[in-house]
Design a protein around this ligand. Sequence first.
Ligand code: GLA
Length: 362
Amino acid sequence: MTTVLSPTAFFGGPPRVHAWAPGRVNLLGEHTDYNDGFMLPIATPQRTDVMAAPSNDGRFHLYSATLDAHVEFGADEAAPPGFARYMEGCIRLLQARGVAVPPLRMYVRSNLALGTGLSSSAALEVATLRALRTLLAAELDDVALAQMAQQAEIRYAGVNCGIMDQMASSLADSEHMLFLDARTLAHQVLPLPPGAEVIVIDSGVPRKLADSKYNERRAECEAAARLLGVPALRDVTDLEQVDRLPAPLKERARHVVSENLRVLEARGGVEAARFGELMNQSHASLRDDYQVSIVALDELTAALRADPEVFGARLTGAGFGGACVALCKSGSARAAGERAVRRMKEGGGAAANATLLIPAHG
Ligand code: GLA
């Protein structure tokens, strides 16, 4: 049996800096960020911690307590794929900006479930950059930090993601929604609808096909924008305009355009019941027009919707597995989430392994 190293054992004393960053749950506005559109994420109470101190042997040493994995590499070497690659990406991008980064020891631990669509990778990138920013007194505001984190993901982890996850991890908290405009990066902290709180349930089905289908959807959206003669689907505000597109571009564009309209309505301030309806419409649109849902997420969100304490429910994140989010009456979140999980287990269907992620146990 291996023993997970403590920070003190790893650093031989206290670390020089300790930073952290949350994951994100998107309440509304899915697959809109790479269309220059709008979204309303919230941060998770779960987070990733990164501690750092200079290394004294001229090499980088990165340790993940979550994976109990130790990776080391020289100043001119690449990190192997995995958690260290994301961190190395952050280091290289800072260096490219002219910040001198000496060889470091870095320690990571997280209570964010991996692979559930809560952006554990964005949390790792943002926490790493926050630790580096403090340690090296680098000038980097929170938006520039999010953009650098996104570049680390695209260039070093090879995932062609939008900006939502990193912006949410860098700027959101777990009590408020963050309205984001992916084109201008304008953002605004907003209260949750009055009398409502958030539940997040993992479907128990790991995301499959997420990368290939994600890239396919991006390409379809770009093709749709080209045919409509606009820079991005964000520039289409009239749903009738998409009717002249051929299938499946029409359906893909209809999702994006209608989803942006839903976010803008919710941003204006709506009652919890209306917010819930918008979430339900978003799920239907992601399932039927965007085709990124799976049976487990359809069953889980249907069970949640049938609960009298729940205002609305939808898949959250890229889809193809992972988690769903629901808005429910304040004070009832845990009970409603546990009821839905129990129903899934008893039904023995596609979401029989569902687990409640937020509110977290303990
Ligand atoms: C993933 C990506 C985000 C966003 C969502 C879908 O989480 O990382 O940039 O595109 O999918 O809304």
